[in-house]
Write a protein that binds this ligand. Structure first.
Ligand code: NAP
Ligand code: ZN
Length: 347
């Protein structure tokens, strides 16, 4: 074991604070990584504050990790010391169920191991995430990162990027599709950039008028205020595909009505409380409401390579780790443009 520096939440009500954690010695198949940057996802906040229930303290969040390989086990073939790599939302899975064999480790039928607050596959330890100086991860779950792009802007691709890329690919979004993104935050801004890069006609649906100019700069063709009842009525039957990234409870029925016949609305945002949906928006237009969880390792690598090729990165505000509690408050207040990323050298 190696003791490393981290920032942890000790309870739902307490701010994150410096903490020391143990990392395992790299086994034959392991890659040890010095973390350079870690993005701040809204899931970190849901977890640190136990909003979904089940948080085990001390909790070390962080699953948008970019760093440098420091050591590798003798069975590691994919990486060597000095390589630039990434780690996303999960670090292990059973590797033998149908989903793992089909590059869908995030839907591992035996339970995948998330990067933090999750049981390891040996069922003995709880994972601790990227708000730390080092992490040790089995090679299959480590991604190659191109040195071509600024690394602080690449970090959010490991969650916000793949979470939005995967449904765009799975549901075959293509040039000419009319697509709406609900909520302009970390996930939302990546959804706009990626969907626009694939040729979709993108409409930003936001409750924040102040984000209109940014939405256009990110690549959205239209901007509509969701707080305006007339606007929402006018938008009925407008979109083939809606990506919902909102982190707080909201009325899905309002958005389902904006879908065309056979339109699909995908839930990415994970509000802690359930919301009732009526049968009629589905029946009247043969519409679908679906969900999607991040993306598999193969698809995450494909997304990183796609972003490197198309020069797509996240719009970030780099912070020192001592500003993490302030960053949470600003995220909750919608004051992030559009992802906080921690410079881990400040730990
Ligand atoms: P974020 O940066 O905080 O963005 C969320 C956006 O939702 C806000 O910018 C805001 O956009 C809108 N919003 C927030 N509160 C709202 C409210 N009360 N009513 C209406 N709109 C509201 O969060 P994020 O990091 O993008 O994460 C978004 C959600 O996705 C979280 O629940 C997170 O846990 C979840 N998530 C899911 C996956 C997955 O695999 N499915 C992966 C990562 C994260 P406007 O101001 O434009 O309205
Ligand atoms: Zn995330």
């Amino acid at each position: 074991m190696t003791s490393v520096k981290a920032y942890a939440a000790q309870g739902a009500e307490t701010p994150l604070a410096p903490f020391s954690i143990d990392r395992r010695e790299p086994g034959a198949d392991d890659v040890e990584i010095k973390i350079l940057y870690c993005g701040v996802c809204h899931s970190d906040i849901h977890t640190a504050r136990n909003e979904w229930g089940g948080t085990i303290y001390p909790a070390v969040p962080g699953h948008e990790i970019v760093g440098t390989v420091t050591r590798v086990g003798n069975g590691v073939t994919k990486f060597k010391a000095g390589d630039t790599v990434g780690v996303g939302c999960f670090v292990d899975s059973c590797m033998h169920c149908a989903n793992c064999k089909n590059d869908l480790e995030q839907y591992c039928q035996n339970g995948h191991t998330q990067t933090y607050n999750s049981q390891s596959q040996d069922k003995k330890t709880i994972t601790l995430g990227g708000y730390s100086s080092h992490i040790v991860v089995t090679q299959h779950f480590v991604l190659s990162v191109s040195d071509k792009l600024p690394l602080e802007k690449v970090a959010p691709l490991l969650c916000a990027g793949i979470t939005t890329y995967s449904p765009l690919r799975h549901w075959g979004v293509k040039a000419g599709d009319k697509l709406a993104v609900v909520g302009l935050g970390g996930l939302g801004h990546m959804a706009v950039k990626l969907a626009a890069s694939m040729g979709a006609e993108v409409t930003m649906l936001s409750r924040s008028k102040s984000k209109e100019k940014d939405a256009a700069e990110l690549g959205a063709h239209h901007f509509k205020l969701t707080t305006d009842k007339n606007t929402m009525a006018e938008l009925a039957n407008s979109f083939n595909f809606i990506i919902d990234t909102v982190s707080a409870p909201h009325d899905y029925n309002e958005y389902l009505n904006l879908l065309t016949t056979d339109g699909v609305m995908v839930l990415l945002g994970a509000p802690p409380e359930p919301t009732a949906v009526a049968a009629f928006p589905f029946i009247m237009g043969r519409r679908s409401l679906v969900g999607s969880l991040v993306g598999g390792i193969k698809e995450t690598q494909e997304m990183l390579d796609y972003c490197a090729e198309h020069n797509i990165t996240s719009d970030v505000e780099v912070i020192g780790i001592d500003k993490i509690n302030e960053a949470y408050e600003r995220t909750l207040a919608g004051q992030v443009h559009y992802r906080f990323v921690i410079d881990m050298n400040t730990l």
